[in-house]
Ligand binder design. Structure first.
Ligand code: G3H
Ligand code: 13P
Ligand code: ZN
Length: 306
């Protein structure tokens, strides 16, 4: 039913485009992403975090993803996002995921290598792909010195060794992005020279986490209807394009979908205080999320590649 991360990303890398990995928590988000992929004729990655599994229940979220893939008819990867334990990964492998991320980025390097390699052995035996992470995706404030960058961001030589010793299928790197809606104070800067070095040394697809754009129109709409998100800022579209040109083949988006949902629900509730039919509340949110996802597929160049 599901494509593997490896096959989808190898095609993206060869074709110099990136595939979006969109976090799903429920049916509405999944339908929005699957509907966007179908209309765009784009391969897609449905990303499920351990906390999404806890929220939805593993059987529910698996079936939602299965139906989403079936209905969209495009290559769809069911991927564990940020598994942090052996059990997180094995649970998803057993339940039919086609890809897992083991995030050992907070572990000492040797421990990250050891645990990632263990998971690769098991996952590959089951035909499941593995993404791993090296470097810290911590929020970086303002101007960062070279010494600070070396302490936080992915070291290119370590990345080469990490990939060789673990056998992972894709590598998430830290080059200045961070999760959530508050990525930059002041100008957005990513360490592209570092990304270029990593790409030259590492022979597998590179993954960019924390890649939401936090667009102004969505922020303005949310604020108009009561949201309070002062200082929210994301990765500009130009930076995303440059990252793709330098070898990024998987781009993770959660925040932009969350913001679209929040703004749409706020608008319905503010404009129709008499409304209490959930379908009238969630429906517009699904449409708004779908529009955002379609825009990402166009930006990433994955439209028309399914
Ligand atoms: O990187 C984390 C993703 O945005 C998922 O977040 O753990 O709240 O589901 P979550
Ligand atoms: P954003 O918070 O920028 O959407 O990043 C999501 C992510 O990296 C999920 O793994
Ligand atoms: Zn992430």
């Amino acid at each position: 039913i599901f494509a593997t991360l490896k096959e989808v990303l190898e095609a993206a890398r060869a074709g110099k485009y990136a595939v979006g990995a969109f976090n799903i928590n429920d049916m509405e988000i999944a339908k929005a992403i699957g509907g966007a992929a179908k209309e765009e004729k784009s391969p897609v990655i449905l990303a499920v975090s351990p906390s999404a599994i806890k929220y939805a229940g593993i059987e529910y979220i698996y079936e939602i993803a299965r139906v989403t893939a079936d209905k969209s008819g495009v290559p769809t990867v069911l991927h564990l996002d940020h598994g942090t334990t052996f059990n997180d990964c094995v649970q998803c492998i057993r339940h039919g995921w086609s890809s897992v991320m083991f995030d050992g980025s907070k572990l000492p390097l040797e421990e990250n290598i050891k645990q990632t390699a263990d998971i690769v052995r098991i996952a590959h035996a089951a035909g499941v792909s593995v993404e791993a992470e090296l470097g810290k995706l911590a929020g970086v404030e303002g101007h960062v010195s070279v010494a600070e960058k070396d302490a936080i961001f992915t070291n290119p030589d370590e990345a080469k060794m990490f990939v060789e010793r673990t056998g992972v299928d894709a590598l998430a790197v830290a080059i200045g992005t961070s999760h959530g809606a508050y990525k930059f104070k002041g100008e957005a800067t990513l360490d592209f020279p570092r990304l270029e070095k990593i790409e030259k040394l590492v022979n597998i697809p590179i993954v960019l986490h924390g890649a939401s754009g936090v667009p102004k129109d969505v922020l303005d709409k949310a604020a108009k209807y009561g949201a309070k998100l002062p200082g929210a800022a994301g990765v500009p579209n130009d930076a995303i394009k440059q990252a793709i040109s330098l070898g990024v083949a998987k781009i993770n988006i959660d925040t932009d979908i969350r913001l679209a949902l929040t703004a749409a629900i706020r608008q319905v509730l503010a404009e129709h205080p008499e409304e209490f039919d959930p379908r009238k509340i969630f429906g517009p949110a699904e449409d708004a999320m779908k529009a955002v996802a379609k825009g990402k597929m166009q930006l990433f160049g994955s439209s028309g590649k399914a």
